[in-house]
Write a protein that binds this ligand. Structure first.
Ligand SMILES: Cc1cc2nc3c(=O)[nH]c(=O)nc-3n(C[C@H](O)[C@H](O)[C@H](O)COP(=O)(O)O)c2cc1C
Length: 376
């Protein structure tokens, strides 16, 4: 009689091409709006480095713009010129030294570009006098009244964007990132093409799902060809627009089959962000079911994200095969050591950095040192 093998869990490694993710916890991309001219700074080094020290098996940068026009705000991280590489390399090297897989998210903000960062007094479009620029999109349709009116992309502009993604991908590899994720979610450029809410085109890039998927697939293929074949490529999608007539989960499953055929290694399944009318039933793990459905119906590995905060919850998502990895964002801001604490809670080995080990595990030793006054 044979029994099924033990299921994978939160602390099982995951092989993706030549890269071994040491556990299933991914630090989700989070814009820091702290760059000047796209450059990563000491802030990024500490912010990302801290999540690696905390035990996240994979640490992904925030959306890195592939061109200056592709930034959400003037303070976004970028990877549109070679001068951006050295600081990114320093960060990627440090993440590796901590045992984490360094990952980068590549993005173009489309019609949501040229907007103020969240903590600015003003919101919405940045005026050109204040460093704003003309946003571009599949169609000349605003996200909302306060957002820029974008210019519709023509063939030459589409070709330029594919070239920008390609060059940014090569720079990512040169900087030492071992994993790249294309941002095709949250109402940014590639999502705008996929969704009937924002794609009103009547050429071969609009209308049917096949046509709406055409440009995102051109970018995926170009990026896959530009990133070394032994390194994994992920794509982040919004599974649904959460509005009538918007992108549906069925569309997403069909698109994910095309992503699988284009050699994408994993789909990071988020939702929403393309229509201010969206009604989202936010709650614990509210997007996990989308990851599960994509995995089951499209037969591709998935990541679950959104309101995953408890070790047992994260572990269960992996154990029950709903997703292959979990991505945590805000919980890792509140608690960068969440992965190490989760390992303790789930009775799994998790290695605190040697510099912290005695404090984390050797409480007796510390008490003794304090008593004898021998602590350094
Ligand atoms: C400060 C902040 C910045 C974010 N920036 C990005 C980003 O650059 N790219 C992206 O795909 N998602 C971004 N997100 C979304 C998160 O990656 C994540 O999908 C979302 O916060 C839900 O996960 P959570 O409930 O664990 O926070 C951001 C979220 C936050 C809170």
């Amino acid at each position: 009689m044979s029994f099924p093998s033990a299921p994978d869990h939160l602390f099982s490694p995951l092989q993706q091409r030549s890269v071994t993710l040491p556990n299933r916890i991914v630090c989700s991309p989070m814009c820091q709006y702290s760059s000047e001219d796209g450059f990563a700074s000491d802030w990024h080094y500490v912010h990302l480095g801290t999540r690696a020290v905390g035990g996240a098996g994979t640490v992904m940068t925030e959306a890195a713009a592939v061109s200056p026009e592709g930034r959400i705000s003037p303070q976004d991280l970028g990877i549109w010129k070679d001068e951006h590489i050295p600081m990114l390399r320093r960060i990627a090297d440090f993440l590796k030294e901590q045992g984490s897989v360094p990952a980068i998210q590549l993005a173009h903000a489309g019609r949501k570009a040229s907007t103020h960062r969240p903590w600015d007094a003003e919101q919405g479009e940045v005026a050109s006098a204040d460093g704003g620029w003309r946003a571009v999109a599949p169609s000349a349709a605003r996200f909302s009244e306060t957002y820029p009116l974008p210019a519709e992309l023509d063939r030459a502009a589409l070709d330029k964007i594919v070239a920008d993604f390609t060059a940014a991908t090569k720079r990512s590899a040169a900087a030492g990132f071992l994993l790249a994720e294309l941002h095709a979610a949250h109402g940014y450029l590639l999502h705008e093409f996929l969704s009937p809410v924002s794609n009103l085109r009547s050429d071969e890039y609009g209308g049917s799902l096949e046509n709406r998927a055409r440009f995102p697939l051109e970018v995926v293929r170009a990026v896959r060809a530009a990133f070394p074949a032994h390194l994994p490529l992920w794509v982040r999608l919004s599974a649904t627009d959460w509005v009538e007539g918007g992108l549906s989960v069925e569309d997403t499953v069909a698109f994910c089959k095309l992503l699988k055929a284009a050699d994408v290694d994993l789909v990071d399944v988020s939702s929403g962000g393309n229509d201010p009318r969206q009604q989202i039933p936010v709650g614990a793990g509210y997007q996990v079911a989308f990851a599960e459905r994509v995995k089951r119906e499209a037969g591709i590995a998935t990541g679950a994200v959104g309101m995953i905060t408890e070790p047992a919850q994260a572990d269960q998502i992996v154990r029950t095969g709903q997703a292959d990895v979990v991505l945590l964002a805000r919980e890792l801001l509140r608690e960068p050591y969440w992965p190490l604490r989760a390992a303790q809670a789930l009775h799994k080995p998790g290695s605190w950095p040697v510099q912290y080990e005695r404090a984390a595990q050797g409480k007796v030793e510390r008490r003794q040192a304090l008593a004898t006054g021998s602590e350094d």
